[in-house]
Design a protein around this ligand. Structure first.
Ligand SMILES: Cc1cc2nc3c(=O)[nH]c(=O)nc-3n(C[C@H](O)[C@H](O)[C@H](O)COP(=O)(O)OP(=O)(O)OC[C@H]3O[C@@H](n4cnc5c(N)ncnc54)[C@H](O)[C@@H]3O)c2cc1C
Length: 327
C-alpha cells in the first residue's frame, strides 16, 4: 500500500500535521522514535509553565486546533495532548526511529532502524532538534557539573551557578535557578534582544537584573570550566578595557546555546538545497523543499542562533503543509 503521506516526528509539528491529515480523511501514517512529545518530556523543566501564546499575534489570532492551545503546565500539556491523540485515534506508531528514506520513482520508501519499511507519495519531516544541544567546545565541558537542560530545579539550593546563553531557554533556566541559588549569566552580546524573546521572558530578566537576582555578564564567553571555578573572558566586541580573564567560584553550569543543525542524512540519494544558514531551502509558501514532495516543518526549519522555535509556529506549519499540499 502507498500512503498519501508519512509524517516523521511526534512533537507539536507532527501532531498538527497528523491531526489535519486525519480531518481531511487522508491515508497517512505518523511515526515517532520514542513516545509522542518525547523531546518535550525529556528537556523541559518538570515544573515549567509552557507558553503557547504570545510568540506571534498571527498564531494567537488565526490558529484553530482541536487540541488545547493555551499557556499550561508541562504536566497538563503532556497529559491533555496525549489523551487527545488516544481519543482521536490518530495513526501514530511510537518507538519507530526512521533511519533511511529513499526515492522509488514518484514515491518514497521510509525505513525504520529495525528494518520496517513503508511507501508514501509525500514525506513530512517533523523530527525537531532540541535533543541535540550545541556545546561550548571549551576545556572542562566534560565535567559532570555541566548540563544542557534543567529537568528539576529543586536539586539545586544555595549554589554558585553559571547559565550560558541569552535566548528564551537560558533566561527561563536562569530565572528558575535564581529562586534558590546565586546565578550568573554569561551572554556573548551586549544586551538581550527583545525581538528574539518571548515578551514575558524579556520583562522578567530585565526585572531580575534590577532586583539583583541575577548577575549578567554581557559581552562575555566561557574560556574554561574547572571543578571549582568558571573562567570568563571578553568577546571580540567587548569594551577594550576588559582585557583579563575573570575567575568565578562555581558549582554547576547550564549551557543553553541552541541546538545543532538538523542531520538530514537519512535522505539517501537525494540532496536538499540548503540556505546560507545550513537549513533546508523552502520553495513555496510553507514547507516544500527542493526535493519535490519532501516537506520540512517545525524546529527542523528554525535557526536557533536567531530564535528558539515555538510550539505555536510548529503547529501552524503542521496545519499549513497539509492544507497546501492537499488543497
Ligand atoms: C527548554 C525549552 C523550553 C521551551 N519552552 C517553550 C515554550 O514554553 N513554548 C513554546 O512554544 N516553545 C518552547 N520551546 C520550543 C519548542 O519546544 C519547540 O519549538 C517545539 O517542540 C518544536 O516542535 P517540533 O515538533 O518541531 O519538534 P520536537 O518537539 O523536538 O519533536 C520532534 C519529535 O521527533 C522525534 N524524532 C526525531 N528524530 C526522529 C526519527 N529519526 N524518527 C522518528 N522520530 C524522530 C523526536 O523524538 C521528537 O519527539 C522550548 C524549547 C526548549 C529547548
Amino acid at each position: 500500500m502507498t500512503y498519501d503521506m508519512i509524517i516523521i516526528g511526534g512533537g507539536p509539528a507532527g501532531l498538527a500535521a497528523a491531526d489535519e491529515a486525519d480531518q481531511k480523511g487522508l491515508n497517512y501514517l505518523w511515526l515517532e522514535q520514542g513516545r509522542f512529545l518525547q523531546n518535550i518530556e525529556d528537556v523541559y523543566p518538570d515544573d515549567k509553565l509552557v507558553l503557547l501564546k504570545g510568540w506571534d499575534p498571527k498564531f494567537d489570532i488565526e490558529l484553530q486546533t482541536r487540541f488545547p492551545m493555551r499557556d499550561m503546565s508541562k504536566t497538563d500539556l503532556l497529559s491533555l495532548w496525549r489523551n487527545y491523540v488516544k481519543s482521536t485515534d490518530l495513526s501514530l506508531l511510537e518507538n519507530m526511529q526512521i533511519f533511511l528514506i529513499t526515492r522509488q520513482e514518484t514515491s518514497f520508501i521510509i525505513c525504520s532502524a529495525d528494518e520496517k519499511c513503508w511507501q508514501a507519495d509525500h514525506v513530512v519531516m517533523a523530527a525537531g532538534r532540541i535533543s541535540q544541544p550545541n556545546k561550548l567546545g571549551v576545556p572542562g565541558e566534560d565535567l559532570t557539573k555541566v548540563h544542557y537542560n534543567l529537568r528539576r530545579s529543586d536539586q539545586y539550593e544555595n549554589q554558585e551557578i553559571l547559565v550560558v546563553g541569552g535566548g528564551d531557554t537560558a533566561i527561563e533556566v536562569a530565572l528558575k535557578l535564581a529562586e534558590d541559588n546565586r546565578v550568573r549569566l554569561s551572554y556573548r552580546r551586549s544586551k538581550f534582544q527583545a525581538e528574539r524573546l518571548h515578551p514575558s521572558n524579556y520583562q522578567l530578566i530585565q526585572q531580575a537584573i534590577v532586583d539583583n537576582k541575577i548577575t549578567v555578564h554581557f559581552n562575555s564567553k566561557v574560556k574554561k570550566i574547572t571543578k571549582d571555578f568558571v573562567i570568563l573572558s571578553p568577546t571580540e566586541e567587548s569594551d577594550p578595557g576588559w582585557e583579563t580573564q575573570d575567575y568565578y567560584k562555581n558549582e554547576e553550569v547550564f549551557v543553553c546555546i541552541g541546538s545543532q543543525k538538523p542531520a538530514l542524512n537519512i535522505l539517501q540519494g537525494m540532496v536538499l538545497a540548503l540556505n546560507k544558514k545550513g537549513l533546508p531551502e523552502i520553495m513555496d509558501g510553507c514547507c516544500t523543499t527542493s526535493v519535490p514532495n519532501i516537506h520540512v516543518i517545525g524546529d527542523l526549519r528554525v535557526d536557533p542562533v536567531y530564535k528558539r522555535g515555538s510550539i505555536a509556529k510548529s503547529v501552524w506549519e503542521g496545519q499549513m503543509v497539509i492544507r497546501e499540499v492537499f488543497s
